[in-house]
Design a protein around this ligand. Structure first.
Ligand SMILES: Nc1ncnc2c1ncn2[C@@H]1O[C@H](COP(=O)(O)OP(=O)(O)OP(=O)(O)O)[C@@H](O)[C@H]1O
Length: 374
């Protein structure tokens, strides 16, 4: 069931159309991330859901209730939408101690004293801040302050949580820790969560669904697996993945009854089920899917090793194939390859093809029972 529905949302700032027409259904209890480059409309979308920004046209439905409709003139203000927020600056009240920061909304909602105390104790324990209730925010580290903001959400028990780049002010180590915290919080609260980030690692590690946006338009929405392995178009393919996906131009043709891809002087077998005609084509392969081989084989390409960068558990290898740059990622610490001539192979089932418009070429679905037909 959809907990958040955006229908035909447009948003203009003066003459600038930030959201040309957005439709989005967010299932109840899911963790959905809006991901995209700066200025693509992520924050605007979140603020429209929150009611901090009024859409120009369209409809917003939260938990089955219309909170905005340009058609009927409905606009429910943010404080009456039953939402919890965390934004970049965690917006703790500097003049209030941790306990008051966490329980302010509960006491304003006139919750019984015992309920407030129980929720405070529980929330502090969940973010591992028990014992720090009596401190002011300025007496806490950045990560601890962020956890107070998380504790506030835990205590409020809102069914919808909105987060806008909540980890961007933290250092790399704390970000990783807080990712785990937020994911744990989501598992425990089961609140429908909309999370805005331009950090693909956050999106891939935390989300049930990733919504990739560009220029206010959704490019693809799907599980992290789908987004990474089956990018809908070249923009998504290039935006997701670090190191970046390799892109090449080749030519598809037939060789007898086999479909082949000509790339430089080599031929590479390709899936027969590829749904596009012969001729020039853009194809892509992720760095970790390229195989380095010891000896020349029928489908191998000669490559010259340029730069080798071990990162600890992995090594990024920059190669040159006939003057074209190719990035390979191998899952180990490797230093012995420097300045060698090697061969690489592109496994056919790891190639993704894109048509002239930049959209992924699908594979024809196998016919069920075909193997028994004969
Ligand atoms: N208050 C405003 N007035 C005018 N233009 C705005 C306003 N807020 C946003 N915009 C513009 O609308 C577009 C979308 O902005 P938005 O903040 O939603 O993008 P974003 O994807 O969240 O970017 P970032 O990752 O940099 O925060 C941008 O071109 C931005 O300049």
């Amino acid at each position: 069931m959809s907990e958040i529905t955006l229908r035909n949302i447009t948003k203009s700032y003066g003459s600038h159309l930030a959201l040309p027409s957005l439709d989005l259904d967010i299932p109840k209890g899911s963790f959905v991330t809006l991901l995209g480059p700066s200025g693509c409309g992520k924050t605007t979308t979140l603020r429209v859901i929150a009611g901090l920004e009024q859409a120009t046209t369209g409809e917003v439905v939260l938990g089955g209730k219309t909170v905005y409709s340009s058609g009927t003139g409905v606009f429910v203000p943010p404080e009456r939408r039953g939402l919890g927020f965390i934004f970049q600056s965690y917006a703790l009240w500097p003049n209030m101690k941790v306990d008051r920061n966490i329980t302010l909304a509960l006491s304003e909602a006139k919750q019984p004293k015992q309920v407030i105390e129980d929720r405070l104790t529980e929330a502090l324990a969940k973010v591992q801040l028990t014992g720090l209730a009596d401190r002011y925010p300025s007496e806490l580290s950045g990560g601890q302050q962020q956890r107070v903001a998380v504790a506030r959400l835990i205590a409020a028990r809102n069914s919808i949580l909105l987060m806008d780049e909540p980890l961007s002010n933290l250092d790399a180590k704390l970000r990783t820790e807080m990712r785990t915290e937020l994911k744990r919080m989501h598992r425990e609260l089961q609140a429908t969560t909309v999370y805005v980030t331009h950090d693909q690692v956050e999106a891939l590690t935390m989300s049930d669904i990733v919504v990739v946006m560009k220029d206010g338009v959704i490019q693809q929405q799907g599980s992290p697996y789908e987004i990474y392995h089956n990018p809908a178009n070249l923009f998504v393919a290039e935006f997701i993945g670090d190191p970046r996906i390799n892109l090449f131009e080749g030519i598809l043709s037939m060789n007898g009854s086999d479909r082949i891809l000509r790339f430089e002087d080599s031929t590479i077998p390709v899936p027969a089920r590829l749904q596009c005609g012969d001729g020039p084509v853009t194809f892509a392969i992720r760095p970790e899917n390229i195989t380095i081989v010891e000896r020349q084989g029928p489908f191998s390409l000669p490559a010259e090793v340029d730069i080798v960068q071990p990162t600890g558990s992995q090594t990024i290898i920059s190669l040159s194939v006939k003057g074209q740059r190719v990035t390979v990622l191998i899952p180990r610490f490797e230093t012995s390859l420097s300045r060698k001539n090697i061969w690489i192979e592109f496994p056919a089932d790891q190639l993704t093809f894109f048509d002239k418009a930049g959209n992924r070429v699908p594979l024809q679905q196998p016919v069920l029972g075909a193997s028994h037909a004969a």
